[in-house]
Design a protein around this ligand. Structure first.
Ligand SMILES: Cc1cc2nc3c(=O)[nH]c(=O)nc-3n(C[C@H](O)[C@H](O)[C@H](O)COP(=O)(O)OP(=O)(O)OC[C@H]3O[C@@H](n4cnc5c(N)ncnc54)[C@H](O)[C@@H]3O)c2cc1C
Length: 432
C-alpha cells in the first residue's frame, strides 16, 4: 500500500488526488490536508460569488473526496501543526498544492495607507475568508480604483458596481452584501500600465460589464490602435479588445461608471492619513511590449484602492523557494516531494489549467513508485497519532458536509449559501 499526502484542497490538490486515485485504485491511500476545516481553496474564497456556474466545479471534487481511497483532513496547517519533513516520514509522496495566497506588492510610496487593500484581502472579504472578514474596506467615498488588467481586477470592479438585486443567486457573504448596498462608490477606475492589446481579461468577464444594471463601462477611443491592428491578435484577446471597443458605443445612462484608464503606471498613493488619490504616470508601450514612463503624471481620486497585480506562494520551512513559488522541475521538488497548481507554476491560468498539471505530477509519482510496489509508511494513522499528541483536531469530509448543510440552511433568500466566515461558525456546527 502506498500513502500520499496532498497539502492543499484547491483545484490542484483535487485534480492530483483524482489522478492518483485513477493510477493506483485500491493500492494507495490519499489524504488531502488543508489548513481550513472547509475544502476547495479559491473555489470557495477566490472565485467571484456571482459566478456560481464556475463554483459548481466543486461537485466534481466532491466525487473525488467520496472515493474510498481519498480522505479530507481539514484544520491542519502544514508548516506549523506538522512539518513537511514529518509528512515525508509518514507518506511515500508529499504533494504541495498550497496555491499562492499573498498579494504582490506595488512597491510604491503610500501603498501602506489605510484604504489600500490587496485583491486577496478584498476578494476574501466578500467571499467569507476568515482572515479578511473584518476588513471593512472604505466604501464611503465616491471614487475607487482597481490596479491591474486581469480578470481579478474585473471581478473587483464588477462586485463594487453591482446592485443588491444583481447578487441574487450568488453566495456573497451577508456582511459584504450589506456594506456594498450602502456603498457611495460611483466611479471605479481600472488602471493598467499598458494598453488594450496587453490586457489579460477574458471575453466572458469583460462582456458582463456591458450588461450591468447600474454601471456603465467607459473607454477612451484614443487609447486604441487602428482596428486593423487587432487582426493578428490571438482570437480570445481579439474578442476581448473588440468588446472593449464596443463599450465606447454604449449609451451613457447609468449612475455608476467603470472607467478603463490605460497607459497609466501608478507611481505613488497620497492622502492625509488615508488614501485619497493615486498618482499615475502616462506610459507608452515600446516594441518589446514594455510600458515606458513619459514623465507626465496626473491624479486619479480614490479612497479605496484595490491592487490586483498577482500573487505569491507562502514559503514552507526547508522547501526550496524562489520567485514566489516552490523551486521545482516539472513538478518535482526533491525525492518524493512535489508541487502542483499555483504553488508549482505561479498564479496564472484558469481552474482547468490545474488539471493537466495534477495529472502530470501524478504520472511522475506513478512512474517512480509503480502501482503494486511495496511501501512501508504509516500514512493517515501516523498523522492522526502525531496530531492528537499536539492537540490538533482535524476535520473530515463528513464534518465539511455538516458545515455545508448548515450554511445552505442559513442561506438568505435567493442565495445558495450563507457562508460562515469565522472558525466559531464552523466549529459551532461540529459541536467543538
Ligand atoms: C480572485 C480570484 C478569482 C478567480 N476566478 C477564477 C475564475 O473565475 N475562473 C477560473 O478558471 N479561475 C479563477 N481563478 C483562478 C483559480 O482560482 C486558480 O487557478 C486555482 O484556485 C489554483 O488552484 P490551487 O489548488 O493551486 O490553489 P488554491 O485554490 O489557492 O488552493 C490552495 C489550498 O491550499 C491550502 N493551503 C495553503 N497553505 C497551506 C498549508 N501550509 N497547510 C495546509 N493547507 C494549506 C489553502 O487553504 C487552499 O485550500 C481565480 C483566482 C483568484 C485569485
Amino acid at each position: 500500500m502506498r500513502h500520499f499526502a496532498i497539502v492543499g484542497s484547491g483545484p490542484a490538490g483535487f485534480y492530483t488526488a483524482e489522478a492518483l486515485e485513477k493510477a493506483y485504485g485500491e493500492a494507495a491511500r490519499i489524504d488531502i490536508i488543508d489548513r481550513y476545516p472547509v475544502p476547495y481553496g479559491l473555489i470557495r474564497f477566490g472565485v467571484a460569488p456571482d459566478h456560481q456556474s464556475l463554483k459548481a466545479v466543486s461537485k466534481r471534487y466532491d466525487k473525488v473526496a467520496e472515493c474510498a481511497a481519498v480522505d479530507f483532513v481539514g484544520n491542519v496547517y502544514v508548516g506549523s501543526d506538522v512539518s513537511v519533513a514529518e509528512l515525508l516520514d509518514l507518506y511515500d509522496g508529499v504533494i504541495l498544492a498550497t496555491g499562492a495566497p499573498h498579494d504582490r506588492k506595488l512597491g510604491i510610496p503610500g501603498e501602506d495607507l489605510p484604504g489600500v487593500v490587496g485583491s486577496a484581502e478584498f476578494v476574501g472579504w466578500y467571499n467569507g475568508h476568515p482572515d479578511f472578514a473584518d476588513l471593512d474596506p472604505p466604501l464611503d467615498g465616491a471614487n475607487a480604483a482597481v490596479i491591474g488588467n486581469g480578470n481579478v481586477a474585473l471581478d473587483c470592479a464588477r462586485i463594487l458596481s453591482k446592485t443588491r438585486h444583481e447578487f441574487e443567486g450568488s453566495d456573497i457573504v451577508g456582511h459584504a452584501l450589506e456594506a456594498l448596498e450602502r456603498s457611495s462608490v460611483k466611479t471605479v477606475t481600472i488602471l493598467g500600465r499598458r494598453g488594450p492589446h496587453q490586457i489579460a481579461m477574458t471575453p466572458k468577464e469583460l462582456g458582463e460589464l456591458g450588461h450591468l444594471e447600474a454601471a456603465l463601462p467607459i473607454v477612451e477611443p484614443g487609447d486604441f490602435p487602428p482596428i486593423e491592428a487587432d487582426e493578428p491578435l490571438e482570437p480570445g484577446l481579439r474578442k476581448s479588445v473588440s468588446l472593449l471597443r464596443g463599450f465606447a458605443d454604449l449609451e451613457a445612462n447609468k449612475a455608476k461608471r467603470i472607467v478603463f484608464d490605460f497607459f497609466a503606471k501608478p507611481v505613488r498613493i497620497e492622502g492625509d492619513g488615508k488614501a485619497e488619490r493615486i498618482i499615475v504616470e502616462k506610459t507608452v508601450v515600446d516594441e518589446s511590449g514594455a510600458a515606458r514612463g513619459t514623465g507626465e503624471t496626473y491624479a486619479v481620486p480614490a479612497s479605496l484602492i484595490v491592487t490586483a497585480i498577482g500573487y505569491s506562494t507562502s514559503p514552507i520551512d526547508h522547501v526550496p523557494f524562489e520567485g514566489g513559488k516552490f523551486v521545482n522541475q516539472g513538478g518535482r521538488i526533491s525525492d518524493r516531494l512535489y508541487a502542483v497548481g499555483w504553488a508549482r507554476r505561479g498564479p496564472s491560468g484558469t481552474i482547468g489549467t490545474n488539471r493537466p498539471d495534477g495529472y502530470e505530477v501524478a504520472g511522475l509519482i506513478a512512474a517512480a513508485m509503480p502501482s503494486g510496489s511495496a511501501g512501508d509508511r504509516e500514512g493517515a494513522s501516523g498523522l492522526k497519532a502525531l496530531l492528537e499528541g499536539r492537540g490538533v483536531m482535524p476535520t473530515d469530509f463528513d464534518d465539511w458536509r455538516k458545515i455545508e448543510a448548515a450554511e445552505t440552511a442559513n442561506a438568505r433568500q435567493g442565495s445558495p449559501r450563507e457562508k460562515f466566515c469565522r472558525p466559531s461558525g464552523w466549529f459551532g456546527v461540529l459541536g467543538r
